[in-house]
Write a protein that binds this ligand. Structure first.
Ligand code: UDP
Ligand code: MG
Length: 309
């Protein structure tokens, strides 16, 4: 199997027939290619359309969720099924152009993950501006220098998707997660089209949530294996500040100054308690990490072994 195309969809019945037709024009025949539609609990006629496509085209694979679980869960289900050497993801709403697929797969010679860069982007300004800001911030903080983190159209080597475990809204940060796993990430400009049918499934609150997701991703990529380093440093700083203040107060007390009613005393105690809490949280994190850490994860990071036996 050469290519697996993974398409998450939620209530996109009008777009599906044309999407399938246009995919058929660029994809090779059954045997070297599969099209995995992941129906994310659609409540319209999407599943009916997919069943028909399944009967007509041997390349079609359908996974259907009982209820809506979000784009990340849908992608994860598709990734698990994908057998192709190259895996391509795209949105189902015809905003992504299937004709870009061969070009993106060709780029996998250079990179492990190739992300689309919607250029020029055909979305309202209200969506483009905040998205630009989040993309800029994400690129700075994660070190992945690409312009468009959350383009639905992406191509991956199979081992990249097998090493991803995305949930919540993390699909927006896949390049950053793959980069943290040591994969080479690149981008190519792709054509983008306005939405023709239905409406966007993500409202304005996506940007607020985006901030939290970014925080989660930063934590996951940098500290998941060493939570004490994340919590320990602020913990130590607080503890030290509180401790020194207490020493200062104690010195004053020895010279006859009453401590009891001083605001500084309350502050010092608060700092010490907070510091201990931070450090304990970090230690709890370390316990969770050591319990959940498996050898398999380390093996997943091995690119090559040269071995005689
Ligand atoms: N989608 C999904 N589950 C959801 C929301 C969206 O599978 O809960 C799919 C949707 O059907 C589409 C893709 O994810 O194929 C991108 O969604 P959308 O076009 O609404 O996002 P936008 O283009 O506005 O960023
Ligand atoms: Mg869309």
């Amino acid at each position: 199997m050469d290519i697996s195309v993974v398409i998450p969809l939620y209530n996109e019945e009008e777009s599906l027939p044309e999407l399938h037709r246009r995919l058929s024009e660029v994809l090779p025949g059954a045997g070297s290619c599969e099209i995995i539609f992941v129906d994310d609990g659609s409540t319209d006629g999407s599943l009916g359309v997919l069943e028909r496509l399944f009967r007509e085209d041997p390349r079609v694979v359908v996974v259907s969720f009982r209820r809506n679980r979000g784009k990340s869960a849908a992608l994860a289900a598709g990734f698990e099924k994908a057998k192709g050497k190259s895996v391509v993801t795209m949105d189902a709403d015809l905003q992504d152009d299937p004709s870009e697929i061969p070009n993106m797969i060709a780029k996998l010679n250079e990179y492990d993950l190739v992300s689309g860069w919607k250029f020029p982007r055909k979305d309202p300004l209200s969506k483009r501006l905040p998205s630009k800001a989040i993309n800029w911030l994400t690129a700075r903080l994660t070190g992945v220098r690409i312009h468009d983190m959350n383009c639905g159209l992406k191509a991956y080597k199979n081992e990249v998707v097998k090493g991803l475990s995305i949930y919540g809204e993390q699909h927006r940060f896949i390049p950053a997660l793959a980069f943290a796993n040591g994969f080479r990430v690149g981008e190519v400009k792709v054509h983008h089209h306005p939405r023709r049918f239905g409406h966007t499934k993500f409202g304005a609150k996506r940007f607020l949530e985006g901030i939290f997701d970014l925080l989660t991703v930063l934590f996951i990529t940098r500290y998941i294996k060493k939570p004490l380093h994340f919590f320990g440093i602020p913990g130590l700083v607080l503890l030290l500040a509180g401790g020194l203040t207490l020493v200062y107060l104690a010195a004053g007390w020895l010279m006859g100054r009453w401590i009891g009613g001083r605001p500084l005393f309350t502050l010092a105690v608060l700092l010490v308690i907070l510091g201990i809490q931070f450090i304990s949280t970090g230690l709890l994190g370390e316990m969770l990490t050591s319990l959940s850490h498996t050898r398999k994860e380390d093996d997943g990071n091995i690119k090559k072994t040269l071995n005689r036996s």
